[in-house]
Design a binder for this molecule. Structure first.
Ligand code: NAP
Length: 303
């Protein structure tokens, strides 16, 4: 029987592991096959405090993991397949293997949404990207498309203009969802053009992106646009499939929390992007992991 099982091995989960390990709770971290989370897909991280010269995303995750391991975190490199939070001791399954635990910290993160159109998956990493902040520098003096109309799309489109020649923002409506200030900044940026009421229906290219086929959603007319980069900022989906029916989720799948980390089940806590769709930063996820660890520790003390 475990004191605390942490599900997820990225910023939030590994910070929760570090704190619960230092509290002598001997945490078990089921880190998933694809541990490290979204930072594993980034190149240089320049906004994680303590690294004035920046650090590569995977290297940062490696340091997080080593630090959690140093204080006795036990790791299982596999995906959790089922949970049961209705029993007194919570049950967590990895295939047929059952772990029983007094408390749980969920830190399974979120994944960027994609359009699921031909060429998108095939050219991912070869011109298709869900992270402009990570990949913008590869598109110096090139033309790129950014799909989305929210704050992320505006922020990333503006970031892209530091490198790209031209950024075409493709949005499915004729009004942006982004906040007024972000809209104003984007409208005032001479490198950004808007293509309204449209979506992409195909990404073109053999080994690299050479263009996209856009469709006007009002006229249904299709047209080809030459570009070398195809970026998506159409929201994220939290990794909460296995928690459905076990804890309360919002309609969009994010975990409902009160007092920062408490879920609807006493003893089950949630940290990081799985419960935060607003900040979504490595440092806020880590902070949230720390909070969940302290809350879990207090909960265990109270038992
Ligand atoms: P978001 O606000 O949900 O916006 C997603 C955008 O993608 C929307 O414009 C949406 O179109 C579009 N979209 C969704 N699915 C689509 C599809 N299948 N095809 C085409 N377009 C699609 O997500 P976000 O921009 O990632 O922002 C998430 C949260 O973080 C927000 O609360 C935001 O304010 C915050 N944020 C803040 C900042 C900042 O303040 N600096 C920066 C980034 C994010 P519709 O508009 O038609 O729905």
């Amino acid at each position: 029987m475990e004191n605390v099982v942490i599900i997820g091995g990225a910023c939030a989960g590994l910070t929760a592991a570090l704190y619960t390990a230092r509290a002598n709770l001997e945490p078990l971290c089921i880190e998933g096959y694809q541990s490290g989370g979204q930072l594993m897909l980034t190149t240089e991280v320049e906004n994680y405090p303590g690294f004035p010269l920046g650090i590569m995303g995977p290297a940062l995750m490696d340091l997080f993991r080593k630090q959690a391991e140093r204080f006795g975190t036990k790791f299982v490199t596999a995906d959790v397949t089922k949970v049961d939070f209705k029993t007194k001791l919570f049950e967590i399954y990895v295939g047929n293997h059952l772990y029983k635990t007094k408390s749980v910290i969920i830190a399974t993160g979120a994944k960027p949404n994609t359009l699921k159109i031909p060429g998108e998956k095939e050219l991912m990493g070869h011109g298709v990207s869900t992270c402009a902040t990570c990949d913008a520098a590869f598109f110096r003096d090139q033309d790129v498309v950014m799909v989305g109309g929210g704050d992320s799309a505006m922020e990333e489109a503006m970031f892209l203009t530091k490198f790209a020649r031209k950024v075409f923002v493709v949005h499915r409506r004729d009004k942006l969802r982004a906040s007024k200030i972000m809209q104003d900044r984007a409208f005032n940026n001479k490198k950004i053009s808007f293509i309204w009421d449209s979506t992409a229906v195909k990404v073109l290219g053999e080994k690299e992106v050479t263009g996209v086929v856009l469709q006007n959603l009002k006229t249904h007319k299709e047209e080809k646009l030459d570009c070398q980069g195809f970026f998506l900022a159409i929201g994220h989906t939290p990794n909460t499939e296995i928690f459905k029916g076990q804890i309360e989720l919002y309609e969009n799948g994010y975990i409902k929390v009160v007092n920062q980390t408490r879920t609807s089940v006493e003893g089950v806590f949630a940290a990081g992007d799985v419960q935060d769709h607003r900040y979504r930063q490595a440092v806020t996820a880590a902070g949230s992991g720390c909070a969940a660890a302290i809350d879990a520790e207090k909960y265990l003390e109270s038992l």
